[in-house]
Design a binder for this molecule. Structure first.
Ligand SMILES: Cc1cc2nc3c(=O)[nH]c(=O)nc-3n(C[C@H](O)[C@H](O)[C@H](O)COP(=O)(O)OP(=O)(O)OC[C@H]3O[C@@H](n4cnc5c(N)ncnc54)[C@H](O)[C@@H]3O)c2cc1C
Length: 501
């Protein structure tokens, strides 16, 4: 018989970033109607990385009603305007994938078409000469800026770099205050209903049995519920995104405090640099088919810009995703649901986006298949488009100095990505679905930054005559200069924001 009764008890297994984002969000929006219990094992611990974000994180903090200054203080956060990619197109190349549009869009046509017209007619100019974010980032400046003067140019879109462990603790305090019960202990076994295969309960090492209606698997890479218990398969994307290991080492902070992440390509992978208030997070993501742990660690140590403050931490992963994210009465989140390497800092965003879809499609105890299918369709699509955007960085390399980069250059990529690159190469057009995470300006910056220059531009850009075009491009530059000059140094702005009031 179909049971339309509401869900009464939600069990979250895992207390990493995924578990506590789920607990905080569910308690805020559904805490009045469901009981939430989170089980985590201190002995197992969390993955302990994941410190760079994208601007959508502010939406999560906004929904939770988190005060920004309190958040900055608690998580030792800094502001982030984008990611600097070094050595990706060719060795020595550098570009900034910023969170903002370059220039100003004019009568429904994206700014880059006007810029393309000017460059294709022989003018020397970089797309980033027209980027507010680029100018502010390299002046090491930051402030909250909604809009540029009285123009239609939007101000600084930003995200954060933060200490992942402190963020999970911050959300834990929030969720516990909102009524979430935290149970410390290791889940040893999972009991399934023999008739329908739904999860009935989990049993902890202590012998305690915890029952629930809906189970959320936030147990990390292992996928204790979705994988081990329910046998949902994992789709492996290593052939597109071959990096499968990382070594992470924090080091002492250096000045100036940069308002951006760095992603520097090496021989068989790339290195992240994430500046926090109290330290810099670093890691080398690499493929063990092309280098070994010792060399990868040495490469990272050779490229730190401060003294290491901890021993190297080694991680293994397989890029890909669950074939189903939600199966029966179990929804997987975070590393249990899939992993896309951290090149564009998307994992924490995927957690919050998945939680938000779960809340929109929150089931009754009947677990209607239509809700489950829609959830799986939406999340699958989001994973696929983020995957394509990450592959773009590797595929668009012109490097042939190592076997790894030759593999990336020559690898087959999804048809959806080939179509995007072909369209852009033709006349600078980017097509994306309204719901896609990465929008026109992101695709354009990475493609141009990695030397994919279109051979033409949209004919609408010809509506301006030569003088109008050069005045327009010049005025954008002037406007940006005027807006960035009075901004404070990022370091001073952060210091003022975290100072007790
Ligand atoms: C190298 C690397 C770099 C990354 N960088 C970024 C980044 O810059 N930006 C970004 O957005 N994301 C990044 N990520 C991803 C990010 O770290 C994760 O998405 C995020 O930390 C969520 O992890 P999680 O909560 O799913 O898993 P985990 O942190 O692994 O947490 C798992 C939890 O489950 C618990 N658990 C496991 N088994 C049991 C059991 N049997 N019983 C009880 N509890 C159990 C553990 O104790 C723990 O609390 C990165 C990931 C990696 C690997």
């Amino acid at each position: 018989m179909i049971d339309h009764a509401p869900i009464k008890k939600v069990i979250i297994v895992g207390g990493g970033t995924a578990g506590w984002i789920a607990a905080a969000s569910l308690s805020k929006l559904l805490g009045a109607v469901v009981d939430i219990e989170l089980i985590e094992s201190d002995a197992i611990g969390t993955v302990g990385v994941g410190e760079a974000t994208i601007p959508q994180i502010r939406r999560l903090n906004g929904v939770l009603g988190i005060d920004e200054r309190e958040f900055l203080r608690a998580t030792k956060a800094t502001f982030k305007l984008g990611i600097e990619f070094n050595n990706w197109g060719r060795k020595g190349d550098s570009y900034l994938h910023t969170f903002g549009d370059a220039g100003i869009n004019l009568t429904n046509l994206h700014f880059h078409h006007y810029w393309l017209r000017s460059v294709l007619s022989g003018t020397e100019s970089s797309l980033w000469d027209h980027s507010l974010h680029h100018r502010a980032a390299y002046a090491h400046k930051f402030a909250h800026l909604e809009r540029v003067g009285k123009t239609s140019m939007t101000g600084l879109a930003y995200a954060y770099h933060f200490d992942a462990g402190e963020y999970a603790l911050f959300l834990r305090r929030y969720a516990e205050k909102a009524g979430v019960t935290r149970t410390e202990g290791k889940v040893e076994t999972v009991q399934l209903n023999p008739e329908n295969g739904y999860i009935q309960s989990v049993t902890l090492e202590s012998g305690k049995i915890v029952k629930g209606d809906l189970f959320i698997d936030c147990s990390g890479f292992r996928g204790l519920l979705i994988g081990d218990a329910l046998k949902v398969q994992y789709e492996d994307w290593s052939h597109y995104l071959p990096c499968n290991r990382a070594v992470a080492i924090p080091c002492e902070s250096t000045t100036p405090l940069l308002p951006y992440t760095k992603a520097t390509a090496h021989e068989a992978g790339w290195q992240w640099r994430i500046p926090l208030q109290h330290r810099t997070g670093n890691g080398h993501v690499y493929c063990d088919g092309f280098t070994d742990q010792e060399s990868a660690t040495q490469t990272l140590l050779d490229n730190l810009d401060g003294a290491p403050t901890a021993d190297p931490k080694h991680l293994r992963f397989t890029t890909g995703r669950r074939k189903e994210f939600w199966h029966k009465n179990c929804v997987s989140l975070g590393l249990a649901s899939g992993f896309l390497e951290p090149l564009e800092s998307t994992s924490i965003h995927l957690i919050q986006s998945n939680v938000s879809r779960l809340i929109q499609l929150f089931p009754n105890r009947d677990f209607a298949q239509a809700q489950i299918d829609e959830y799986n369709r939406l999340i699958g699509k989001e994973y696929d488009t983020v995957r394509d955007f990450l592959i773009l960085h590797y595929k668009l390399t012109q490097r042939d100095d190592t076997e790894f980069w030759r593999y990336c250059r020559n690898m087959e990529v999804p048809d959806s990505l080939t179509a995007k690159m072909d369209l852009f190469a033709q006349n600078g057009t980017i097509y994306h679905d309204p719901e896609d995470l990465f929008r026109e300006s992101s695709w354009v910056q990475v493609m141009v930054g990695q030397n994919l220059m279109p051979s033409g531009y949209h004919p609408m850009a010809d509506r301006l005559d030569e003088k109008q075009l050069s005045d327009f491009l010049g005025s954008v530059k002037t406007l940006i200069e005027k807006s960035v000059t009075p901004l404070p140094a990022h370091q001073d702005y952060v210091a003022a924001a975290v100072r007790p009031s």
